[in-house]
Design a protein around this ligand. Structure first.
Ligand code: PEP
Ligand code: MG
Length: 580
């Protein structure tokens, strides 16, 4: 009889396939002695395993598709760097020689040692480093133990068309499995914003996470159905259920074809409001993806990647060339370059920016605060952005603005940068718009003051929600509190849009909320006319907008913001989606 299990669906699609169940996620390692004459052979065996692990990761790195968020590639780069770190490459060799023990045991002893150090540091960022150590060590152990089918060694298992059911998956696993043609994956752990979930969306793999104990109930090789949209896993399906799945798949195919036709259609609501649909990009490769969907330009170019995985800072010239390459690919569409937002969840030096490890990095020296503190970091970027503005429509956007005093300082620095370029005889657009992200509640509450001095505002809801609700955007334990529809968040959004309207400057939104089809009608009703999102979401957003009637949405949106209960807000928002 058909039975159902549930988890959190993190991407789209419904598929049927045979289950590939990874039973054990824990590798059994035992200690044995090595005779003195064979110790160097054991060291060589360990070093060979490191080389193989490195080759595996490099292969995976080269298979990452262009449209994948840059932090996924950075994640794999981190694992590659860890393999070369003395703590994992040299220390186990010392242990093999000193204790005359097998390589697996030496690596395990060293791993336990490193993990216990991380455990003593009560710090969320470092605890993710602990997971990295475990992932890297498991990869090397799987090679040493020659265990096929482990979470780090799928190359010798035929996974084409399978539904992988695992404890958890690393981004590297996910990329490798996509390459092997898996139909879907289900994990017992993970959350909506875990790396493998982000990858599943970006690679178009139907996926469900947090399906607790699923491996207990699914048999190896049995036929299962994964409905990623609703987070449901069906086993023992009968022919009627299978026919229903096939019908859903046909409907999805038809919907994809309909969306494809929207590539060349204008983004105008039914009652004639023109909406700007912009893209969030990180790499020049993302630009190709956004052009495919004919976005109106780039609403957020995250520049952090240029600063990551290197010991030095990018030079002005390097930045100028990179930005110019992006601008030239846009064929005259506008490019919004965000000045660097390092710190907090975008660390470059293990969280030590500005000195000791910060206890609360999200509230610490990040983004514009860091740039103001360190002119050597900031000026080369200011010069590069200004210089590239001579070649086309460039806008500069400042992240994490909190106080007007801060903004005055930045504007002063931009003025100084302009003077220096004049002295150097370099060309730039003297009228290049400078805008600010509204992502701190203080900035939203004082949006009118910022609007007085800026050319545009952009709502960064990822941070705005985190700071308004005091919910760490990366912390799974409190993710249930991360609520874009909280009245406080909606009021701040409304205030910001209203401030922009009063001062006559454009307001856009570039946080994830802008790309959620469930929220787009509400945002239109609140007066938002420019949205910026991951390129893959643009067509769906265009469909929703072309179906919308702003006049009718505005009336309900007003009621939603004034609403006194959360249930009422959710009900009215759903009604709004139906109103489109
Ligand atoms: C945001 O905070 O909404 C945003 C777009 O910036 P980031 O996600 O890069 O912090
Ligand atoms: Mg932000």
């Amino acid at each position: 009889m058909t039975f159902a299990l549930t988890g959190i669906g993190v991407s789209r699609g419904i598929v049927a396939g045979s289950a590939y169940v990874q039973r054990a996620s824990h590798l059994e390692v035992t200690e044995y002695s090595i005779i003195a004459e064979r110790v160097e052979d054991e060291v060589a065996r360990f070093e060979q395993a490191l080389t193989t692990a490195r080759q595996q990761l490099q292969t995976i790195r080269s298979r990452i598709p262009a449209s994948t968020p840059a932090d996924i590639a950075a994640f794999i780069d981190t694992h590659l760097l860890m393999l070369d770190d003395g703590a994992l490459s040299r220390a186990p060799v010392d242990i093999i020689r000193r204790r005359r023990c097998n390589a697996e045991w030496a690596l395990k002893v060293q791993c336990d040692e490193l993990v216990s150090v991380f455990d003593e540091m009560d710090d969320a960022y470092l605890s993710t480093r602990k997971d990295d150590v475990n992932h890297v060590v498991n990869r090397v152990l799987a090679i040493l133990l020659r265990q096929p089918g482990r979470s780090t060694d799928h190359d010798d298992v035929e996974l084409g068309g399978c539904i992988v059911i695992a404890d958890d998956l690393t981004p590297a696993d996910t990329i490798l499995m996509k390459h092997q043609g898996i139909a879907a994956f289900v994990t017992e752990h993970g959350g909506v914003n875990s790396h493998s979930a982000i990858l599943a969306r970006s690679l178009g793999i139907p996926a469900i996470v947090a399906a607790h104990h699923v491996r207990r109930y699914i048999r190896q090789g049995e036929l299962v159905i994964v409905d990623a949209e609703h987070g449901v896993i069906l086993a023992d399906a009968d022919s009627r259920v299978l026919e229903h799945v096939r019908e859903r798949q046909r409907a999805e195919q038809r919907a994809r074809a309909r969306l494809g036709r929207l590539r060349t259609q204008p983004t105008v609501t039914r009652d004639g409001h023109e909406i700007r649909l912009m893209a969030n990009v990180e790499t020049p490769d993302d630009v190709l993806a956004m052009k495919q969907y004919s976005a109106d330009g780039i609403g957020l170019y995250r520049t952090e990647l240029l600063y990551m995985n290197r010991a030095d800072l990018p030079t002005e010239e390097e930045q100028y060339r990179t930005y110019l390459e992006v601008l030239q690919a846009l064929d005259g569409a506008p490019l919004t370059i965000r000045t660097v937002d390092l710190g907090a969840d975008k660390q470059v030096d293990g969280g030590r920016i500005g000195g000791a490890v910060a206890t609360n990095p999200a509230l610490g020296l990040r983004a514009i605060r860091l740039c103001l503190r360190d002119p050597k970091l900031f000026f080369p970027q200011l010069y590069a952005i200004l210089r590239v503005s001579a070649h086309g429509p460039v806008r500069m956007m400042l992240p994490m603005l909190t106080s007007i005093h801060e903004l005055s300082q930045v504007l002063q620095m931009i003025a100084e940068a302009r003077l220096t370029l004049v002295r150097r005889g370099e060309a730039f657009d003297a009228a290049m718009p400078v805008g600010g992200m509204i992502e701190v509640p203080a900035a939203a509450l004082a949006a009118d003051l910022f609007a007085d001095q800026l050319d545009f505002l952009s709502l960064g809801t990822n941070d705005l929600i985190q700071y308004t609700l005091a919910v760490d955007r990366l912390e799974e334990e409190v993710s249930y509190l991360y609520e874009p529809l909280h009245p406080a968040v909606l009021r701040l959004i409304q205030m910001t849009i209203a401030a922009g309207e009063r001062k006559g400057i454009p307001v856009s939104m570039c946080g994830e909320m802008a790309g959620e089809t469930d929220y787009i009608p509400l945002l239109l009703g609140l007066g938002l006319r420019e949205f910026s999102m991951h390129p893959s979401l643009i067509l769906e957003a265009r469909r929703v907008i072309r179906d919308a009637d702003v006049g009718r949405l505005s009336a309900v949106a007003g009621k939603i913001v004034a609403s006194r209960s959360h249930d009422e807000i959710v009900r009215l928002t759903e009604q709004l989606t139906g109103l489109r």
